[in-house]
Design a protein around this ligand. Structure first.
Ligand code: PEP
Ligand code: MN
Length: 340
C-alpha cells in the first residue's frame, strides 16, 4: 500500500501518517520527489487501513500495490535512487565505470591495474578476494590478503572498492575493507546472505542470477532493502541461453525494463555478459545507449596469464579505448534525449 500525499502537504502531515503507521506496528518508507511525495507502507497491512489513512491531513490517495516487490519498485518510490560511495555519485545521471581485475592476484597486478583504470577514467575499483569458481580446483582468491591489497589500492588512488562476499560468515570481514559489497550471480537467491549483507549497512550491488526473471531479481533485492538498507544497485551480467558461442547472453532489454519497474541504479557487466574481450566494448556501448547508470569491466595487465577470466579481460590499452567509446555514446544518448 502507498500513501500519496497532496502537493502542498506539510512536514506535520507526513509525521501524522508516520505516527499512524507506527501505532499499527507498521513502517513508513518516505520518498520525497520533486513531483510527488509518497509513503510506502511496510509490514502486514489490512483492508481497513486504506480508509484510516485516506482521512488523514495532507493525504491525496491511498493506493494498493499490485506488484509483489515493493521497496525495490517504482510504485513505492517514484524518484530514482541516488547515493554516494566515497566521492562517487551512483544513479545521479552520470555514467560511472567500475573496473579492475576479476581476481586480486598480487600487489603488482592490482596496483598497476588500479593506476591504469583510474588514469583512463574509472572511478570505482573492482577486484575479487573471495571468488566463486565453477571448479573447486580453480584459483579461489586470496581471501583477507586480497582485501588488504584492495585497501592499499584505495589508499593510494582514492577509488572506492567493490568486492564480492560469498558467505554470511565473511560479511563482517569483507565490510571492514569494502566500500560496496557485491552479491554474485550464484548467490542471488542466497537469502540468508542477502539479509546479512543488507544489515552491514554498506552499499550493495546485486548481480542477476543465471536464470533469474526480472521479478526473481527484484524480489531478491527486496530481501536487502527490507533490512532498511536503501543503497542498492542491480547488475545485469548476462543469462544462460541456448547460445554457447558467448559465455552468457547480456540481456540488454533488462536495463530499460528494470529502470521502468524500479528506482534502483542499474549496472551492466559486459565482461561476464559475453566472456570474450573483443565483445566487451561493443556491449558496453550498447548498455550505455539503453540507459545503464554504470558499467563494471574486467581489466588485467596481461590477460593471457590471468588466474581467472582472462578471456574476457581487457588490456590497459583496450580499456582506454572502451572509455573513449562509451563516453562518446553517452554524449550522443544525452543529445538525443534532449532533442526529443
Ligand atoms: C565477478 O564479478 O567476477 C563474478 C564472479 O561475477 P558473476 O557473479 O556475475 O559471475
Ligand atoms: Mn570474473
Amino acid at each position: 500500500m502507498i500513501v500519496v500525499m497532496q502537493l502542498e502537504c506539510t512536514a506535520k502531515d507526513i509525521q501524522g501518517v508516520q505516527e499512524h503507521l507506527d501505532k499499527r506496528g507498521l513502517q513508513g518508507h518516505l520518498s520525497q520527489g520533486v513531483e510527488r511525495t509518497v509513503i510506502g507502507v511496510v509490514g502486514q497491512t489490512y483492508p481497513e487501513l486504506q480508509d484510516e489513512l485516506e482521512v488523514l491531513a495532507g493525504v491525496r490517495e491511498v493506493v494498493r500495490i499490485s506488484r509483489p516487490y515493493k521497496l525495490t519498485g517504482r510504485e513505492f518510490q517514484p524518484a530514482n535512487t541516488v547515493f554516494k560511495v566515497g566521492g562517487v555519485t551512483i544513479g545521479g545521471g552520470n555514467l560511472v565505470v567500475f573496473a579492475g581485475p576479476c581476481a586480486v592476484e598480487s600487489e603488482e597486478q592490482l596496483m598497476s591495474t588500479a593506476r591504469a583504470v583510474k588514469a583512463a577514467g574509472a572511478t570505482v575499483l573492482r577486484g575479487g578476494a573471495f571468488k566463486p569458481r565453477t571448479s573447486p580446483y580453480s584459483f579461489r582468491g586470496l581471501g583477507e590478503e586480497g582485501l588488504k591489497l584492495l585497501e592499499e589500492a584505495r589508499n593510494e588512488t582514492g577509488m572506492p572498492v567493490i568486492t564480492e562476499v560469498m558467505d554470511t560468515k565473511d560479511v563482517e570481514l569483507v565490510s571492514r575493507y569494502a566500500d560496496i559489497l557485491q552479491i554474485g550471480a550464484r548467490n542471488m537467491q542466497n537469502f540468508a546472505l542477502l539479509e546479512e549483507v543488507g544489515r552491514a549497512g554498506k552499499p550493495v550491488m546485486l548481480k542477476r542470477g543465471f536464470s533469474a526473471t526480472y521479478e526473481d531479481w527484484l524480489l531478491a533485492g527486496e530481501y536487502i532493502m527490507a533490512t532498511g538498507n536503501r543503497q542498492l544497485m542491480l547488475c545485469e551480467r548476462g543469462i544462460r541461453t541456448f547460445e554457447h558461442f558467448t559465455r552468457n547472453t547480456l540481456d540488454l532489454a533488462a536495463i530499460p525494463v528494470i529502470k521502468r519497474l524500479s528506482h534502483l541504479p542499474v549496472v551492466a557487466d559486459p565482461s561476464h555478459g559475453t566472456g570474450k574481450w573483443y565483445l566487451v566494448t561493443p556491449l558496453a556501448m550498447a548498455a550505455v545507449a539503453v540507459g545503464a547508470d554504470a558499467l563494471i569491466v574486467e581489466v588485467h595487465p596481461n590477460p593471457d596469464t590471468a588466474l581467472s577470466d582472462g578471456a574476457q579481460s581487457l588490456t590497459f590499452e583496450n580499456f582506454g579505448k572502451l572509455m573513449r567509446q562509451v563516453k562518446a555514446i553517452r554524449k550522443v544518448a544525452e543529445q538525443v534525449a534532449v532533442s526529443q
